[in-house]
Design a protein around this ligand. Structure first.
Ligand code: F6P
Length: 370
């Protein structure tokens, strides 16, 4: 068995490379800081790759992380390393089978790692980035994954960091929209992110007291939503708060999206559509707010800072134990290691027996089901 002294010697020879990929999420800097702190305490070095996975092709842009460049970043939004959800490594442009990474790209990653003496990559990302990480791991590159996405739609982990901050933003938006909706007796529609799953809409909608929550998992009927508005009107409630996830669609209808070649489809447009249709069907004035990237920017909440930090330090522990091809995950109150392959593939959606659906229904919230 390897003794402590051997382990210390091996750690001293180790350089971790860290890459943040995909859309940014509050907490990425907390992860970077945690990986640096935990690695340094074990005698390891950390090199940060710039601008997502394409940074692996440009060793000249990599930066050695130190106390100075990782100080004061715990509560800062975005990622000091930069990120991208397009580029040479894009393997996912839609749901279903991902593209396979070009072998020449993998060889260039190996060359970069060799040049910078990086022995392991810590890849922080959502479904797309972790699918890239998985393919690098399958090619024999030592990789550890850390799950990140505001959408919270990765399998094998109860929560991803970034989600709580996005929900906080949705809650604040609803708190601000409520008084104006009430004062003008209007319908207020808030479009939030949530490409394949309605976690943000569900949690944010409940936290902010929405009357209608429309999510990708439950195809909706606008006549039913209009009936909810009229029933509220009859009960003396002259305003209605609607939260709609960008990936929600009417029964038999399509998700609103613009297709692009080298990235996933750009979603958006469902909020304005729901607004126009509710105005037409109820005769009430309606307004739409698309919350967009306000959900992604800004400081991480304390929950996200803690989760991101725990993910970061645990990932370094996995590197030390040579537990490659694994991803850190939150299961119950434990941070565990799961195969990256378990996290990617099918998105984790709100299941029909998820307890918060019943909580919402008990409050009288409508999901627009016919
Ligand atoms: O996956 C996270 C997410 O925020 C989705 O909800 C959204 O569809 C997408 O990223 C938008 O990405 P961007 O505008 O950065 O291309």
């Amino acid at each position: 068995m390897e003794d402590r002294a051997d382990r210390d010697l091996r750690a001293a020879a180790m350089t971790i490379g860290i890459v943040t990929g995909g859309g940014d999420a509050p907490g990425l800097n907390a992860v970077i800081r945690a990986v640096h702190r935990a690695a340094t305490r074990r005698g390891m070095r950390v090199v940060g790759f710039r601008d997502g996975f394409d940074g692996l092709l440009h060793p000249e842009t990599a930066v050695v992380l130190d106390r100075a460049n990782t100080a004061g970043i715990l509560g800062r939004g975005g990622t000091i390393l930069g990120t991208s959800n397009r580029g040479s490594f894009t393997v996912k442009t839609a749901l279903g089978t991902p593209h396979t990474l070009d072998p020449s790209l993998i060889e260039r990653v190996r060359a970069t790692m060799h040049q910078l003496a990086v022995s392991t990559l810590v890849c922080v990302g959502g479904d797309g980035s972790l699918t890239i990480a998985l393919q690098l791991a399958q090619a024999g590159i030592p990789v550890v994954g850390i799950p990140k996405t505001i959408d919270n739609d990765l399998s094998a982990t109860d929560f991803t960091f970034g989600f709580d901050s996005a929900v906080a933003m949705v809650t604040e938006a609803l708190d601000r929209l409520h008084p104006t909706a009430y004062s003008h007796r209007r319908i207020m529609v808030l479009e939030v992110m949530g490409r394949h799953a309605g976690w943000i809409a569900l949690y944010g909608g409940i936290a902010g007291g929405a009357d209608v929550i429309l999510i990708p998992e439950i195809p909706f009927d606008l006549d039913v939503v209009a009936r909810t508005v009229r029933a509220r009107e009859d009960a003396g409630r002259h305003f209605t708060m609607v939260v709609v996830a960008e990936g929600a669609a009417p029964a038999g209808g399509e998700v609103r999206a613009t297709l692009e070649r080298d990235r996933e489809a750009k979603l958006g447009g469902i909020g304005p559509m729901v607004t126009t249709e509710l105005e037409r069907r109820t005769g009430k004035e309606a307004r739409c707010v698309v919350l967009g990237h306000l959900q992604r920017g800004g400081a991480p909440t304390n929950t996200d800072r803690v989760l991101a930090t725990a993910f970061g330090t645990t990932a370094v522990g996995l590197v030390e134990k040579s537990c490659f091809g694994a991803m850190v995950a939150l299961q119950g109150s434990h941070i565990v290691a799961v195969p990256i392959a378990d996290a990617v593939g099918a998105p984790r959606r709100v299941s029909s027996d998820y307890y918060l659906l019943q909580v919402a229904r008990d409050l009288g919230v409508s999901f627009g089901e016919s």
